[in-house]
Each structure stands twice: as C-alpha cells, then as structure tokens.
Design a protein around this ligand. Sequence first.
Ligand code: ADP
Length: 271
Amino acid sequence: EGRWFAVRVAPLGTHGLVLVLAEDLTEMRRVEAIRRDFVANVSHELKTPVGALSLLAETVENAADDPEAVRRFSGRMQHEAVRLGNLVQDLMTLSRVQGDEPLAELRTVALDEMIAESLDRCQIKADAKDIELATAGGTGLKVRGDEELLTTALRNLIDNAVAYSPDHTRVAVATHLPDPDHVEITVTDQGIGIPAADLERIFERFYRVDPARSRQTGGTGLGLAIVKHVTTKHGGEVTVWSKEGSGSTFTLRLPLLRGDNPSSPQSRSAS
Ligand code: ADP
C-alpha cells in the first residue's frame, strides 16, 4: 500500500515566502480504520444479546399460560441481560484506560489484599467447576496504583484461567521479585492453552481463539485488552506463556512502591 500525504501551503508574511507542510496520512488512515473496525465490532457484539432479548420477550409473552416455559425463558433473558451488562461495563473500563490521560487517584495498594479480593470475586465460578484457587499470600508487598483497576485486571486473568480450564483442575496465583524494583504476579492454569499462532493477538480487543467457546463462557472478548491497558497505565507489562493442551501462565509485572517494601528479594509461590 502507498503512503498518503496531506500538503498544506501557508503564505508567510509579505515577502512571497510560503511554508509547505507535508503531513503523513498513512498512520492517520490506519488509526481511523482501526476505530471503524472497533465500532463495527461493538455494534455487532451489542446486537447479539439485544436481538436475543427481544426474541425471548416475545416468546415469554406467547407462553404466558405455560409457567414452566416462562420460567425457562425468563432465565435466559436474565443471562442475556447479564451479558449485555458485562459488555457495557468492560467498554466503560476500556475507555477509561486506553486513552493517554494519566490515572487519577493513585493510592498505595497492598498486593496481598488485592490478590485476595480478586480471588474472592472468582470463587463462585471456580467452585462451579471444582477448580481449586491457590495462593501463598503474606508478601507484604505494595505498589502504587488504582486498586479497582488493578483488581479488575487480575480478576480478568483468574476468570479466564477458570473459564478455559477443565473441571477439577487448579489455578495458582503467585508473586515473585525478579529485581528489587518490580513485582511479578503470575496466574497459572492447567487449561486448554493457547496456540502459538494466536498468542500475539489475544490482547487485541475482541480477538478470541475460539469465539463460540468464549461466548459460551460469557466472555466479552475485552478482558485481556483491559489487562494490557491497565498494566501499561501502571508502568508495567503483561506477558503470556502457554502450551496447547497443558496450560497457560499470564504474568503481570508492576513497579514496586519505593521505600515501603520488604527490602530483601524473596520469591513466593503457591506450589
Ligand atoms: P474472552 O472474554 O473471550 O475471554 P479475553 O480478552 O479475556 O476475552 O481473552 C481473549 C481470548 O484469549 C479468549 O477468547 C481465549 O481464546 C484466550 N484466552 C485468554 N485466557 C486464556 C487462558 N487462560 N487459557 C486459554 N485461552 C485463553
């Protein structure tokens, strides 16, 4: 594909001098195409549950004299409404973290509490599949950040670990100190893993290895995009290791809060 330029000619003063500005439009066109794709994707993702809801409402209306059918279809309506709610919530979170503005309201965040809170929020889904959630705790480590966003990011990783694992397996959250200035939080599962070819794309909005499976587990397709942006916003990064058929490990690397952490490097894991 060729490159596109916008050329502006502006007269300078009274001496017949002109200023010629050439602006590279290739990047602008790329960004615009991405934005259009995103809007199309959002519309499509919204249309599905909205369509299902209106169909279900009609069905319930026609089944008014069959209480069992009403109960069943109402249950499915609730399910679709929750899906819609999750999607809207994730879109709002994403719009908060993907812009250039720095985060407001940074606080000292205790990692142990953040991990415990994230695990708590995933417990019901884990119990439903008899998946053990394991962690060591007791690190005493602290980072600086937005606690709600960091908890959401970690929770998304644990949610995925549970969603993409078979029943009766284990999901472990551990912390490591790779160097004195950073902490790594890892989420390891014994799940289906991710094909090598998809690894570099899973952090893109709405990218799914298996769209049917993601929808079935109630995924919005935005979880990892949120994780990536939240981590970047905190001066960190997220990486993934995975092997198809045996499991995945996602690692959140965050800068440690200076001067307020146990000084000797230690490594803790839930093994
Ligand atoms: P979703 O809502 O679809 O889970 P995410 O952005 O959280 O969206 O994840 C994107 C895709 O990455 C998922 O659809 C799934 O294919 C893959 N994925 C994410 N986490 C895992 C995991 N722990 N194990 C296997 N596949 C995963």
